[in-house]
Design a binder for this molecule. Structure first.
Ligand code: TXA
Ligand code: MG
Length: 349
């Protein structure tokens, strides 16, 4: 299959491009498109066959449910039942935006989309092109991140092309995404509601609107004993090809440790990548040293993480050492993804 890449400018949307992409989705085909979090691989969420194509293109296990993307709040009533009252407040505060809600599903949503579950994940993205596409497709677009299963999520159309070229008919290229990490997932079927995946909408932000919220304890811990509650979180996700180890401790100790470990491997001709920050990057030695941004700019760190992991893959880096970050606020999402990519290998110094 030939994959067409079409540019789409969220500030000046070309309606013909949207119509074309929408009609592929209506016919049961797949289209990758930008959202504010990461690029998604869109399909008609109410079409069981389209869900099968999604799993095949990503090489994703079909027990891992998809998120249904909608463009207006009214659309919720078609796909969810017994909607808790707090959902109205959440929608008002955080939609459109990077928050996914787990609700009881209606019969309209096929089990192919929910991975066999009686619940459905729903989100309204803020990217305007994404919302126009959802409307053009009939209102319900399932979209996992548009990467091959197990690779870091795509934050540019080029990342999508690297993974899915030849497997899907169309990619909409809307440039780099704004956030760079997947949406926060909040399970509204339990009391109190529980965060299953941290993202840009943080625990504090949610509690300010709906009061008590709990957090799935596997998010930052080592998940070998208890399975996480979002099926997709159990896979070694967000992973670069290289082995990744986080080093945590006082800045001076971290720099010394990473330089020592990397130096040792370089003696054996290994390609070693180092992820530092603006504050420390000049103090690392080696050919593959990058800054993920300034330490106080956590949004920047979130935005750069997946691109850096992919760039290291492209360069054939075999081992990556990374600094570690605070797990407060959006830092919780950053550390959750980094720890997963590292398979929880963390060195305290
Ligand atoms: O930001 C995002 O959410 C992106 C963009 C494209 O919108 N999408 C995304 O989808 O990250 P995906 O498929 O890569 O991740 C969906 C996650 C998986 O971990 C899945 O297990 C969980 O959501 N999930 C979906 N439906 C669920 C349900 N009914 N119950 C629990 N977890 C669910
Ligand atoms: Mg994903």
């Amino acid at each position: 299959m030939k994959t067409i890449v079409k540019e789409i400018d969220a500030k000046k949307i070309d309606i013909r491009t949207i119509q074309e992409a929408g009609s592929i989705l209506k016919k049961g085909g797949l289209v990758a498109f930008p959202t504010e979090t990461v690029y998604g691989l869109g399909a008609n969420a109410l079409d069981e066959e389209a869900a099968k194509k999604t799993y095949a293109a990503k090489g994703r296990p079909s027990d891992n449910p998809l998120i249904v993307h909608i463009a207006d709040v009214q659309a919720l009533e078609e796909i969810a039942v017994n909607i808790p009252a707090a959902v109205e407040d959440l929608a008002e505060h955080f939609w459109p935006g990077p928050l996914t809600l787990i609700l009881e599903k209606s019969p309209a949503v096929p089990y192919g989309t929910t991975g066999g579950l009686d619940t459905v994940a729903v989100r309204m993205p803020s990217n305007l092109a994404a919302r126009e596409l959802i409307l053009a497709a009939g209102g319900y677009v399932s979209a996992p991140s548009a990467n091959i299963s197990g690779r870091p999520s795509p934050t540019t159309a080029e990342h999508v092309r690297q993974d899915l070229d030849g497997k899907i008919p169309m990619i909409l290229d809307g440039g780099s995404v704004e956030i760079g990490l997947e949406s926060t997932i909040l399970d509204m079927t339990v009391s109190p509601p529980m965060i299953l995946r941290p993202g840009a909408v943080t625990l504090d932000m949610l509690e300010e609107v709906i009061g008590d919220v709990s957090v799935d304890q596997t998010i930052l811990g080592n998940e070998s004993d208890i399975p996480p509650k979002a099926p997709g979180m159990k896979y070694r996700h967000y992973a670069p090809k290289a082995n990744l180890v986080l080093v945590e401790g006082e800045e001076e100790n971290v720099i010394a440790k990473i330089n020592a470990l990397a130096g040792e491997l370089r003696k054996h001709e290994k390609k070693v990548g180092i992820i530092g920050t603006d504050e420390t990057v000049s103090r690392y030695l080696g050919d593959y040293v990058v800054s993920i941004g300034a330490r106080e700019d956590e949004e920047g760190i979130a935005r750069h993480l997946y691109r850096i992991l992919r760039d290291f893959d492209e360069l054939g880096v075999e081992m990556i050492y990374s600094e570690s970050f605070s797990s407060q606020g959006i830092g919780q999402a950053i550390m959750n993804r980094l720890l997963k990519a590292a398979g929880h290998q963390i060195l305290e110094v």
